[in-house]
Write a protein that binds this ligand. Structure first.
Ligand SMILES: *[C@@H]1O[C@H](CO)[C@@H](O)[C@H](O)[C@H]1NC(C)=O
Ligand SMILES: *[C@@H]1O[C@H](CO)[C@@H](O)[C@H](O)[C@H]1NC(C)=O
Ligand SMILES: *[C@@H]1O[C@H](CO)[C@@H](O)[C@H](O)[C@H]1NC(C)=O
Ligand SMILES: *[C@@H]1O[C@H](CO)[C@@H](O)[C@H](O)[C@H]1NC(C)=O
Ligand SMILES: *[C@@H]1O[C@H](CO)[C@@H](O)[C@H](O)[C@H]1NC(C)=O
Length: 824
């Protein structure tokens, strides 16, 4: 009795509060009923049972559910072939708990759902809705399942308001025009069990914060339709402890498969059709629950894995060492250990197959040089490598040369490298290495270590982790760069002062040593096809080369940025021979960057910065050589431009003439166009080619028309165009530059340049009677030929119609640019 009374009391109160009277339980709340009747009207073909007005009656209005108070709590109209639209008043159904509209042909906009605080299930899949309300996903704290697949929406991105849907378990929005970067805000939905965003337009990487999704069982991000697709490493997926289904197929993910925990419950692992690299980790192979594994069409390396799952798709398009599971050639194992230190970067995905030293059916292993089937050299400079130098290098027992310069390597140089008995060359300059350089006792070893962070501890730089250290997407440099900036500037200033003082001091003491070095030779040791310049015939023309070298250079140029050039400027540009001898290790053959028309270019280190030192050929340093030297200094002190290689200093000592330039880490354009096999560069894209051509044109335009005087370069060719790390171009080698008087249109008293790169009109009409000693450049080697007219152009004037600030394509024309197609 008492119990029933307790139950009756609230019911009575409810009845008393309900407006129309005692019959209300059976009749719909008039407002809610009105909404349903409006819905019936806006559907072009409402369900047949929807007759009359008794919305909560039960027999009529099938699919509508009401509570005891006559409020509508559920609408289920799934798969009824309904068309028409939803009325805006739908948002007044504030007690609605489920709204199931999937599998119809409803169109127009989805009305606001922001007041449906009780909504638990929302299904909109497979309709023809074209718009979502502006406050979509706001005010839905009870929502547990949201599914809206295959909707022809306009491009949209998931709003931050989704973080308020804290109860969400299933979130399924595939083929729904979601665009932009992966929505990191989804990491706030910590209860999530299913996340499906397949067939959208997502781009960029998976944010590491997703590791907070501890309940996630199914992650489906496959088949993004954007051009770039989802990319970057997939490390985060190994941190999801409940994950059973992982579908990442048909994206652009890179890097290796991460190590999975032994407790992993993975059932379905699909990463087909990506660009994943590395060795398939045993921790994945060993997962007992696996039923489906799809790895085809990636760039996996090393031994072919043996899975026991029921569906296995791994055979096509990978770089496993053998057709069948089994151990690889020991050299492959060592080299892949090395690649693992770098985080299996895409650059090294060509380390595929079982024959690092060549052999049938395998491509060249980038940077690996063998002799007698053993690796003797690893050359990987400028490959944008990160991660660490693996101790596995020490297992390459015949290694003689190791060049890892100009990368972003962190951590220490492994001590084990000191055990390599035959190592005689180690270049790790320009990385972010820390700790100490170990002591190498190999006789005559050449060590190049400048441009690192020696002395800083490992932990400062965030590197030095295990074999997965390289694949972390975080930027190790950014964290402490601010606090270190002051220190670095201080150290730099101290070093400069020290070098200057020591330099001045040693200048007197070492003067005797200076004359010992051997004369320079421009003879190229290998048969590399250095194109010879046309011999200059006839006496020199109106050469304005000055005989004396001014001591104050660049005084008229305002320095707009503090770069290495300014450091030299503040000391004047003449450098003592002893400094350059030290910088180039006494003109060490191993430091040679290239050989030019009248000299050899060495790599050097000055004040901790890399520079290029051009040593003019003292043998041919006759009148011509001296003139070229003077011409170059004369020109370079008058011109300074973003796209001209900067002269940092020079040195005259007896017969020696030396020029010091900024170092260009990207090599010459020629290497990027012609010597791909040898240099290991990838072919330039068309955008890169265009950027380089424009850079060159701007430099030349400046020489022709915008500098104080008009200069003609006369020897513009790919080997004289240098590239920096970002593949931006600068023109170099001003040895043949000619000063043209503005009035002098017939300055052709002598012809100079390299045959094959002369402007045709210049070559055709001025070349008569000249002698030249060279063959044409090989026909295979002109994917991008750049030449410029030798005629002095009138000073450049912007066409009146051109918009300010932007250089129209046609007006780079102080030079004539010719782009010819090559393979890319
Ligand atoms: C979420 O999706 C799974 C799998 O499709 C299903 O079994 C489960 O019932 C769904 N949960 C909810 C709350 O809809
Ligand atoms: C995506 O949705 C559209 C309808 O909006 C449908 O025609 C198409 O087949 C769907 N694509 C996939 C891959 O499911
Ligand atoms: C998501 O969670 C993070 C950390 O808990 C919080 O800082 C952030 O504001 C949340 N985002 C939104 C949109 O609420
Ligand atoms: C390298 O040599 C060490 C010591 O001999 C050995 O333990 C390790 O397995 C070797 N690594 C490879 C990849 O051969
Ligand atoms: C170099 O690598 C970093 C990541 O390690 C990447 O963000 C960057 O785009 C790469 N640069 C080039 C030129 O490939």
């Amino acid at each position: 009795m008492g119990r029933e009374g307790f139950l009756l009391l609230p019911l009575l109160i409810l009845l008393a509060l309900a407006a129309p009277g005692p019959a209300a339980a059976a009749t719909a709340n008039t407002a809610d009923a009105g909404v349903i009747l409006e819905l019936a009207k806006s559907l072009t073909n409402p369900p047949p049972s929807w007759t009359g007005t008794d919305v909560c009656g039960g027999a009529t209005f099938q699919g509508i559910t009401c509570d005891g108070a006559g409020r509508v709590t559920g609408i289920n109209l799934a798969k009824q072939s309904l068309s028409g639209t939803l009325p805006a008043s739908l948002s007044d159904l504030t007690e609605l708990q489920w709204l199931l509209l999937q599998g119809n042909a409803l169109e127009g906009a989805v009305p606001s759902l922001a007041r449906m605080g009780s909504l638990e299930t929302l299904a909109l899949d497979g309709n023809a809705f074209t718009a979502l309300p502006p406050n979509f996903l706001e005010g839905l704290p009870s929502l547990r399942s949201l599914s809206m697949e295959d909707l022809p929406l306009k491009s949209w991105s998931i709003p931050d308001a989704v973080a308020g849907c804290a109860a969400l378990l299933n979130f399924s929005i595939s083929n729904c025009s979601v665009s932009g970067p992966f929505p990191a805000v989804l990491a706030n939905l910590t209860s999530l069990q299913l996340l499906r965003l397949s067939y959208n337009y997502l781009t960029g990487g998976l944010p590491m914060v997703l590791e907070g999704l501890g309940s996630l069982e199914s992650l489906q991000l496959n088949n993004q339709k954007s051009g770039e697709k989802l990319s970057g490493p997939i490390d985060v997926v190994a941190k999801l402890p409940s994950l059973k289904t992982l579908w990442l197929q048909s994206n652009s993910f890179t890097g290796p498969i991460p190590e999975f925990s032994p407790d992993s419950q993975l059932v379905d692992f699909n990463v087909r059709d990506n660009s994943l690299t590395g060795v398939v980790p045993p921790s994945l192979i060993g997962i007992a629950s696996l039923q489906v594994v799809k790895l085809s069409n990636n760039k996996f390396q090393g031994p072919k894995p043996k899975f026991t799952a029921t569906t296995v798709d791994i055979d096509s398009g990978n770089g496993f060492c053998l057709k069948d599971p089994g151990p690889c050639n020991p050299l492959v194992t060592i080299l892949l250990d090395v690649a693992s230190g770098f985080g299996y970067p895409p650059q090294l995905s060509v380390w595929a197959g079982n024959s690092p030293c060549g052999g049938s059916g395998n491509g060249q292993w980038l940077g690996v040089i063998c002799k007698n089937n053993d690796v003797i050299q690893i050359n990987l400079p400028r490959k944008n490598l990160s991660g660490m130098i693996s101790p596995a290098f020490a297992n390459l027992t015949r290694l003689q040369k190791l060049d890892l310069s100009n990368n972003q390597l962190t951590g220490k140089i492994p001590d084990s490298l000191t055990t390599l008995a035959t190592l005689n060359y180690l270049d790790v300059s320009n990385n972010r290495l820390t700790g100490q350089v170990p002591e190498f006792n190999q006789p005559d070893i050449k060590l190049m270590t400048a441009g690192n962070r020696w002395g800083e501890s490992d932990s400062d730089s965030g590197g030095g982790g295990g074999s997965d250290g390289g694949s972390s997407p975080s930027n190790p440099g950014s964290r402490n760069s601010k606090s270190n900036a002051g220190m670095i500037i201080g150290i730099l200033l101290a070093v400069i002062l020290l070098v200057v003082c020591v330099g001045l001091f040693l200048h007197h003491r070492r003067k005797k040593n200076v004359d010992k070095f051997s004369p320079v030779s421009t003879k190229s040791p290998s048969g590399e096809s250095e194109m010879m310049k046309i011999q200059v015939v006839g006496t020199n023309g109106n050469s304005n080369v000055s005989g004396s070298i001014p001591t104050e250079f660049f005084s008229h140029v305002s320095a707009d940025s503090t770069n290495i050039a300014d450091i030299f400027e503040s000391h004047g540009m003449q450098l003592p021979m002893s400094v350059l001898l030290k910088a180039t290790n006494n003109f060490d053959e191993d430091y040679i960057l290239g050989r030019g028309g009248f000299g050899v270019v060495f790599k050097g280190t000055l004040n901790g910065n890399l520079v290029a030192v051009k040593r003019c050929d003292s043998g041919t340093m006759g009148t011509k050589g001296l003139q070229e030297f003077m011409a170059e200094i004369d020109v370079l002190r008058k011109v300074r431009h973003r796209h001209l290689v900067a002269l940092l200093g020079y040195c005259t000592h007896g017969n020696e003439r030396l020029l010091v330039y900024e170092y260009m880490s990207g090599g010459t354009l020629r290497e990027h166009l012609c010597d791909l096999q040898q240099s290991g560069y990838t072919p330039l894209t068309w955008t890169q080619r265009m950027t380089i051509a424009l850079d060159v044109a701007r430099g030349i335009e400046y020489l022709h028309g915008l500098a104080q005087e008009t200069f003609i370069h006369r020897d513009l060719k790919p080997s004289n165009i240098l590239l920096d790390q970002d593949l931006r171009a600068k023109v170099s080698d001003f040895g043949l530059v000619k000063l043209a008087k503005d009035t002098d249109k017939s300055m052709m008293t002598r012809v100079a340049g390299t045959f094959g790169y002369l402007a045709p009109e210049y070559a055709r009409f001025q070349i008569l009677g000249q002698t030249f000693s060279s063959a044409c450049p090989p026909a295979s080697c002109a994917p991008l030929a750049v030449y410029h007219s030798a005629h002095p152009a009138p000073p450049y004037r912007r066409p009146p119609s051109a918009p300010p600030g932007r250089l129209p394509m046609t007006s780079v024309g102080a030079s004539t640019l010719h782009l010819r197609g090559g393979s890319s």
